[in-house]
Write a protein that binds this ligand. Structure first.
Ligand SMILES: [Zn+2]
Length: 620
């Protein structure tokens, strides 16, 4: 039970609390239920949460074990020893002969193979000297046997005849162990010989290097520059283990240093560089398959920082009137920002929320929206046909277009078919409406959040994430409630989302000096009196004597049950507080009654009786 308190205040879970946690004090909750404090559903929810916490705790432990220096080994280590680089490059050459970049079907095939690869759909990989067998998770799982000597002889269990996307995906997986997959795709598009180019890549890049790093007025030229710098960085990266750190610290810093001089262009360049680094991180994740620990603790902070940097650069940009010179760059950004939607399966929330941010701040024009909407709708239709799995991102992006055109009703309608876990994705919209102080428009959104909170809380999302979401949502609701003077709304939200809103409700009740409800809340969450701030307890006793008595009584019972002399001493300490309370209330007869009952009830506990006498609570 204590674990709730521990989680709310200190996100790091402490092992010693587990024992308490496994023992939900059902009767206490039961009482509150009987008194109408809780509805039946809320009660059920609280018990569900206990078990979610438990599972969460086990997962946390598991992650800790994984922390000890374990990096998942990428394809490089797995394949490098057995299959030669020449063989892989040779297989690439064969594929180039078989598939043409001028044929739309072939282009789609490469694209779909690439998506499967980037989603990390390839697993159970086994190799001999010239073959690779692997499973590929598509709509259903298929088995691929790739023959690198003679690629046409490769097989797949899917019905497609000839080279299918699964064979391509498996090939790209193998290719990733000798070179960047992006290089293969680029070379394939350019119809250049892979061998030659790879051999001469250094020379060529020194030859081709333009006088100027990039053209100020062309996004394509910026992106080409970002890519050149990336290739150079990749060649000099100090250690595979520090890939992400180095990308951020070396590659990203270097790009920022080379930004244009004019202030408004400079900030837009930083936006583009940040988006590029974000995309590069996603690609590297697909290629190196980092562990969950890496994803959460090493990589996530960089993505978070990048989003912050985009936000800051945009704020800086807005201090100037956007120059006309920026227009062509903005048009091209439509396509660039779209890549955030489907570059990787990871970080769906971060990807979509950066996309939302960029559109809200930079691309909010009907002309751009209609271009994007058309593309998204077409893509969604394609995806429905092929069952590809970026449909959620595309749907969110479409809703975002609705949002930009104030079509909230359409969004609510679309949201019905999306899982409740998507709730946080609506925050960008709520924030934007709030910033514009459009309270009328906001009221629909506040209702939406409240109506969907329960389903969100009951979903199987990790506790910490839920807590984070709920805390954020409560902040939004608080701002709305205070702006619209809907006093009851915030409290209603507090109660609705208990126990996740424990901290907010706690503060609110103390603020309003509703101590009786506050005590109920403590009891509900199983807090004992020694866990509470003693200064606060004194304040409450002063203003409402007697109100804490049930908490003391509970603690006395707990202490007696532990049956050591130390516990009896603690029990006596609490009993003295109870006595003082009754005295203040001038109800000494109730006290006498209680203490005599207690003494009779525990008359066999000799040491306890001694302590009672020592404390002058009973006489012979
Ligand atoms: Zn296949």
């Amino acid at each position: 039970m204590l674990i709730i308190g521990t989680c709310v205040h200190f996100p790091t879970i402490q092992c010693s609390k587990v024992a308490f946690f496994l023992c939900p004090r059902f009767n206490l909750v039961r009482n509150l239920f009987d008194e109408g404090f809780l509805s039946y559903n809320e009660e059920i929810r609280i018990f569900k949460l206990y078990y979610i916490f438990y599972i969460y705790f086990v997962l946390e432990l598991f992650t800790l074990f994984k922390t000890f220096g374990m990096y998942e080994r990428g394809p490089l280590h797995m394949l490098g020893r057995e299959i030669s680089k020449e063989l892989v490059l040779g297989a690439g050459e064969q594929l180039k002969q078989l598939l043409s970049p001028h044929n739309e079907e072939d282009r789609n095939l490469i694209k779909k193979g690439l998506i499967l690869f980037r989603q990390g759909s390839i697993y159970n990989v086994n190799t001999t000297t010239h073959t690779v067998s692997a499973k590929v998770q598509d709509v259903t799982s298929v088995q691929v046997e790739l023959d690198l000597d003679d690629i046409v002889m490769s097989t797949c269990t899917c019905p497609y005849e000839g080279i299918c996307r699964h064979r391509i995906a498996t090939f790209l997986y193998v290719y990733a162990s000798v070179d960047r997959v992006g290089t293969f795709v680029d070379l394939w598009k350019e119809e250049k010989s892979i061998d030659d180019v790879l051999r001469n890549v250094r020379k060529a890049s020194t030859f081709l290097k333009p006088d100027k790093d990039y053209e100020d007025s062309s996004l394509a030229s910026w992106i080409a520059f970002f890519n050149r710098e990336y290739d150079e960085w990749l060649e000099n990266v100090p250690s595979q283990n520090q890939l992400f750190q180095s990308l951020f610290l070396h590659y990203y810093s270097n790009l920022k240093k080379k930004a244009p001089k004019s202030p408004e262009m400079k900030q837009f360049f930083i936006v583009q560089a940040s988006v590029t680094v974000f995309l590069k991180i996603l690609q590297l994740i697909n290629e190196t398959k980092p562990t969950d620990y890496m994803l959460q603790h090493i990589i996530f902070p960089y993505l978070d920082q990048l989003i912050d940097n985009v936000q800051n650069a945009i704020a800086e940009m807005k201090r100037y009137a956007l120059p006309f010179a920026l227009d062509p760059l903005l048009v091209d950004s439509v396509e660039r920002f779209r890549e955030l939607l489907f570059t990787s399966k990871h970080y769906q929330y971060e990807r979509t929320s950066l996309y939302q941010l960029l559109w809200i701040e930079l691309l909010r024009r009907d002309k751009f929206i209609s271009i994007e909407r058309e593309w998204l709708e077409e893509e969604l239709e394609q995806m429905e046909k092929t069952n590809e799995s970026y449909a959620v991102e595309i749907e969110i992006a479409l809703m975002h277009m609705d949002f930009l055109q104030s079509r909230d009703e359409d969004i609510f309608h679309s949201l019905e078919s999306v899982s409740a876990t998507a709730l946080p994705l609506t925050f960008k919209w709520v924030e934007d409406i709030m910033k514009k102080k459009n309270w009328k428009r906001l009221s629909g959104w506040v209702s939406y959040m409240l109506n969907n909170a329960t389903e969100y809380i009951n979903s199987s999302i990790p506790f910490e994430e839920k807590r984070y979401t709920v805390r954020y949502m409560m902040k939004l609701i608080q701002q709305y409630a205070s702006a619209t003077k809907e006093d009851q709304l915030y409290e209603k939200a507090c109660r609705k989302m208990l126990p996740l809103t424990y901290a907010e409700y706690h503060d609110l009740l103390l603020d309003k000096q509703q101590y009786k409800t506050w005590v109920e809340l403590q009891t509900l969450l199983g807090f004992t009196i020694d866990e509470m701030d003693s200064y606060l307890l004194k304040e409450i006793e002063k203003s409402e004597p007697g109100i804490l008595v049930p908490l003391y009584v509970k603690s006395v019972q707990d202490q007696i049950a532990l049956k050591t002399r130390e516990n009896y001493k603690m029990a006596v300490r609490y009993l003295k507080r109870i006595k003082a309370q009754y005295k203040k209330l001038k109800r000494e007869e109730v006290w006498e009654n209680y203490i005599n009952q207690l003494a009779i009830e525990h008359k066999r506990l000799r040491a306890f009786k001694e302590e009672l006498k020592k404390g002058k609570l009973i006489h012979d």
